[in-house]
Design a protein around this ligand. Structure first.
Ligand SMILES: [Zn+2]
Length: 244
């Protein structure tokens, strides 16, 4: 994993302003994990992709995650802190190593791969959750000698077996946090969206960096590149001196 300098971070943030959340997240992965291009990154399983985003988050902002939500039962605002490592459910696989899932049905064989970003992007265009799930599975078939052309004709037991195995091979694809409301004791599972979370933090950091550059450039006339090349510690010292 490659270190992200403040300069590259600002650039990625700026370019990301005109990109979708998924596109800028894949570009961030490409930038941070050498040897990946955008196609390879888009073909990573969802769990692997999100495991990499969690690693980037930890490298940029440390272990502590601040969370906030409202209790769906009583409306109470709940805020808590948790470690990133508590959400890390799978290790990062080399991009060339793609796990395959094998199934037997009435002595016939079905070989599948895990869903990736491209599959999800195509599936979410469809209307019903059932169509989405079928399209996702259809795209993941590598080889099949089953007597069914389309996933919608698969028996339900086979479909749920496939989904179950996909989930256990790619657990990071679905991060749920157990929350309990301290006011009314209502308990529920909340989905954690690493892409949204990470880009909110990157946006806040970018604004702080721009503010630092503005202050230092205005006071000392230093060029932006030099200010960004300084360590944060040194930059903070100068800013503290200006404000004291
Ligand atoms: Zn509550």
């Amino acid at each position: 994993m490659q270190h992200l300098s403040d300069r590259s971070l600002l650039l990625l943030w700026e370019q990301g302003l005109s990109q979708s959340l998924i596109e800028k997240s894949l570009r961030l992965i490409v930038h941070t994990f050498p040897g990946l291009d955008i196609q390879t990154a888009a073909a990573l399983s969802i769990g692997d992709r999100d495991a990499r985003l969690l690693r980037i988050r930890k490298a940029l902002f440390g272990e502590a995650l601040q969370n906030a939500t409202h209790c769906p039962a009583c409306g109470e605002k709940i805020e808590w802190e948790m470690p990133v490592s508590g959400l890390e459910l799978q290790t990062i696989q080399p991009a060339a190593e793609r796990p395959q899932l094998e199934f037997q049905y009435q002595n016939k064989e079905l070989v599948m791969r895990l869903p990736n970003t491209m599959d999800v992007l195509e599936a979410i265009e469809l209307e019903s959750p059932e169509e989405q799930s079928n399209s996702l599975l259809q795209r993941c078939i590598l080889r099949s000698s089953l007597p069914f052309e389309r996933v919608e004709d698969y028996p339900e037991s086979l479909k749920s077996d496939i989904l179950h195995q996909m989930e256990s091979l790619d657990p990071q694809a679905n991060i749920e946090i157990q929350v309990q409301c301290p006011a009314c004791q209502h308990a529920w599972n909340m989905l954690f969206d690493i892409m949204n979370y990470l880009w909110t933090e990157i946006g806040q950091l970018a604004h702080r960096l721009l503010q630092d550059v503005f202050l230092l450039a205005r006071s000392f006339g230093w060029p932006e590149a030099e200010i960004l090349a300084m360590s944060r510690t040194r930059r903070n010292w100068y800013i503290q001196m200006l404000q004291s």
